[in-house]
Design a binder for this molecule. Structure first.
Ligand code: TYD
Ligand code: MG
Length: 455
């Protein structure tokens, strides 16, 4: 009988120690250690047996099969994947519980199986009848879609071998377990080992596997960051659960572009693609025309998107004024406020500042700076920013407007949506001739204010 030892594992980053620690020396999180049982020695051999399916081969003898991609028939999903699911790849779809992960994957399974692909859907969280109910709601029906309610990975592996499907979906990685490890399902050791086994199944059998992972409260994928490193592609499902828009974002992709986004709307019949996202994000814009609102052109992956930024500035009732940002980094807003104070004399030390990106979009690039600054300035001065002018530009610490990437694509998108003018950084060179949209180049914040504010 092999001796079973226990160890303590940080549930956040996977750091292991022999005794309990209050704070993890690796990731700094508190109270994250949980006792887990180490693998008995004999089971290591079993793991090896699972992986012993390939042997070393000469480079010259390796057959080159060009990347085969399976289109999901959902173009927004394909876009995020970089053109479809690559055969033999391991994909992680992560997001908060209830955001729609099971829904989109059941829809994808339906589309693929109707196209003749054999799909095995491992449901470790819901019963077969629950899945059937959802499938009916979504209008998914197919002869080629197999639902297998199972939590044991060894049994799953057996069925993958027997069935030889084109795609396997594991819903979710937190709910399945391998008998090779004694800790409970959902623990770091289980998640890591299960992911490892799935990776080997995907690579050795050349079958694509999509795993669903719930995001922890801290926003880490499935607890251990370690999962992100193991898989080929990581796709994050974002969005406000109380609103209907959902954004799929690729944050790692061995077979395509990252930071590409796909936009969906959750409705009665599941998730529908949003083909023209800028229009959606601007739906309520033209009716408002209030001070403190601007339109920026942000770049998401390869696609420009027009989004509304709103700012609200008011006298603070608190000793320390509040700065609250939704959809943009608070640090970035603080920096913009500092530049506004120093360079154009806008003193907001007694004012609360709220900045909001409409539509639940998260903007990560500094090209939104100028739009944020102008939303704040127009709110303070109680003036309306011209509603037919879009803005793009990064603000430097000395108040200069710095160049941004993909400027031509951004101008094109603004023109397509009917904007008459666009304010861009003076240092951005443009080769294309634009007709129907006036391109205004600015060097400093003040210039942008005078060009965009009416009256
Ligand atoms: P689900 O896919 O179960 O979330 P996850 O797998 O990420 O935990 O989605 C659950 C939510 O989606 C639930 O609140 C109901 C909603 N929903 C719809 O609005 N329309 C639909 O057609 C379906 C299937 C779900
Ligand atoms: Mg689910």
């Amino acid at each position: 009988m092999a001796k079973v030892k226990s160890k303590y594992v940080c549930q956040n980053c996977g750091y292991e120690t022999a005794g309990y620690l209050g704070k993890c020396p690796e990731c700094g999180s508190w109270g994250s250690f949980v006792e887990e049982l180490s693998k008995p020695i004999s089971s290591v051999k079993e793991t090896d047996a699972i992986f012993d399916t390939v042997s070393p081969m000469k480079l010259d003898e390796i057959e080159m099969n060009s990347e085969i991609r399976m289109s999901t028939n959902i173009s927004e999903f394909d876009r995020v994947l970089g053109g479809g699911i690559v055969q033999g790849s391991l994909i992680l779809i992560a997001g908060d519980p209830g955001i729609g992960k099971s829904t989109i994957l059941l829809q994808t399974s339906g589309e693929l199986s109707e196209g003749g692909k054999k799909i095995l859907y491992i449901s470790a969280e819901e019963s077969a009848s629950q899945i059937k109910l959802r499938a009916q709601r979504l209008g998914v029906k197919s002869d080629n879609l197999y639902i297998y309610p199972q939590t044991n990975l060894e049994l799953v592996k057996k069925h993958i071998e027997e069935m030889n499907p084109d795609l396997v979906i594991v819903d979710s990685i937190q709910a399945i377990y391998t008998s090779l490890i004694q800790s409970s399902a959902g623990s770091v050791s289980q998640i890591r080992e299960c992911c490892n086994i799935l990776m080997h199944i995907a690579k050795s059998r050349n079958v694509s596997i999509i795993i669903i992972g719930h995001v922890t409260k801290e926003g880490n994928i499935a607890g251990p960051k370690v999962l992100e490193h193991m898989v080929d592609t990581v796709i994050q499902f974002e969005g406000d659960k109380t609103k209907s828009y959902r954004i799929l974002r690729s944050i790692k992709n061995r077979f395509g572009n990252t930071s590409e986004v796909g936009i969906f709307e959750m409705g009665e019949k599941g998730l529908c693609e949003v083909i023209n996202p800028s229009e959606v994000f601007l739906k309520e814009y033209n009716q408002t025309q209030t001070p403190g609102s601007t339109i920026i052109v942000t770049n998401e992956g390869t696609r420009p998107l027009l989004v509304e930024i709103q700012a609200l500035v008011g006298t603070t009732p608190y000793p320390a004024p509040r700065r609250i940002a939704n959809g943009v980094d608070t640090g970035r807003v603080l920096q913009i406020l500092a530049v506004l104070e120093k360079r154009i004399g806008l003193n907001l030390s007694k004012q609360d500042v709220y900045v909001n990106v409409i539509g639940g979009m998260e903007i990560k690039e500094p090209a939104a700076d100028l739009g944020i600054a102008l939303a704040i300035v127009t709110c303070v001065r109680d003036v309306v920013f011209d509603t037919s002018t879009a803005i793009v530009g990064e603000i430097g610490l000395s108040g200069e407007i710095r160049a941004v990437n993909n400027i031509e694509k951004r101008i094109n998108e603004a023109q397509k949506l009917g904007f008459k003018r666009i304010i861009i950084p003076a240092s951005n060179e443009i080769q294309e001739e634009f007709k129907g949209i006036e391109v205004i180049k600015v060097k400093r914040i003040l210039e942008a204010i005078t060009r965009g504010v009416k009256g």
